[in-house]
Ligand binder design. Structure first.
Ligand code: F6P
Length: 273
């Protein structure tokens, strides 16, 4: 796990945009795994800016989003399809039909989740999976106690997630309590993972993900098992890391490249892969 701590949220976002742009330059036919949520809005604004400046194209790319609310069609303003159209897809040049999200309005959501998993298996692997972090440690809508080997499926949202996301719904507007999400096992099959978390509200979850035990109580801790996972944090989100100074030192030695995995007692060992 490579830990990159940036001084501000803006710099953490820029670093994340840079990692995605670098992936697209390296492989213009990349399969991208995309995320939603408040944190990602600035990332997508950065990608749009880079696209408009002429340095970034998605014309050869495909994408799979992490999740979608059950019961919402893509036209619903709170659906993640609508979010993605609005914040990214309609501003850049993905080919028609190349962007995928689970079908939230499917008659049979269980079957829709299985079909989504099969489609990822057929068109994948995902080259770069972008992730946000829930305040309770969730990734996608894999809430605490999700199996670390889980596949795409229907899940129930945790009360803390419903509370955190209620800000996106108007007064009296019904908020779905279930979603289709890629599983943790599905996410771990991506070739490369980039997780972005900013702000003090994410500090506890970030520390549990990076330094805590591998545990279904913190779904993001599963990233400890991935051989190419980069975690980008701002100072506020990094505030609870006991080895914060050491991660900064390691990043200074190797600002662009190698993979390092935190070990107990503050040692870092290059990962051979
Ligand atoms: O960026 P936010 O809004 O804090 O959300 C963090 C995570 O929570 C979700 O919004 C789901 O609740 C994810 O889509 C996102 O990755």
């Amino acid at each position: 796990m490579r830990i990159l701590i940036e001084p501000s949220a803006e710099q953490a976002v820029s670093r994340t945009v840079g990692l995605i742009a670098e992936q697209m330059h390296r492989n213009p036919a990349s399969v991208l795994g995309l995320a939603t949520g408040g944190t990602m809005e600035a990332v997508y604004a950065g990608l749009i800016e880079a696209h408009r400046a002429g340095g970034l194209s998605f014309a050869g790319a495909r994408s799979f989003n992490l999740d979608e609310y059950v019961g919402l069609s893509g036209a619903h303003p709170q659906s993640y399809r609508h979010y993605m159209q609005d914040r990214l897809f309609r501003h850049v040049d993905f080919p028609r039909g190349a962007t995928h999200l689970p079908r939230g309005d499917a008659e049979d959501p269980v079957a829709a989740a299985q079909q989504y998993e099969a489609r990822i298996a057929a068109e994948g692997p995902i080259d770069l999976q972008l992730l946000g972090l829930g305040t309770n440690g969730h990734i996608g809508f894999n809430e605490p106690t999700s199996s670390l080997a889980s596949r795409s499926r229907v899940t129930c949202l945790a009360p803390s997630t419903l509370e955190a996301n209620s800000r996106f719904f108007g007064p009296g507007e019904p908020q779905p309590g279930t979603a289709i999400t890629m599983g943790i096992g599905t996410i771990l099959e991506a070739r490369r993972i980039v997780l972005l978390a900013t702000g003090a509200a994410k500090a506890e979850a970030a520390a549990a993900m990076i330094e805590g035990p591998l545990s279904a109580f913190c779904p993001a801790s599963a990233l400890q098992m991935h051989t190419d996972a980069t975690v980008v944090l701002d100072e506020a989100a990094a505030a609870r890391l006991t080895q914060r100074a050491f991660y900064l030192w390691v990043a200074r030695q190797d600002p662009d490249g190698g993979l390092f995995r935190p070990r107990p007692h503050g040692r870092m060992t290059p990962v051979a892969n």
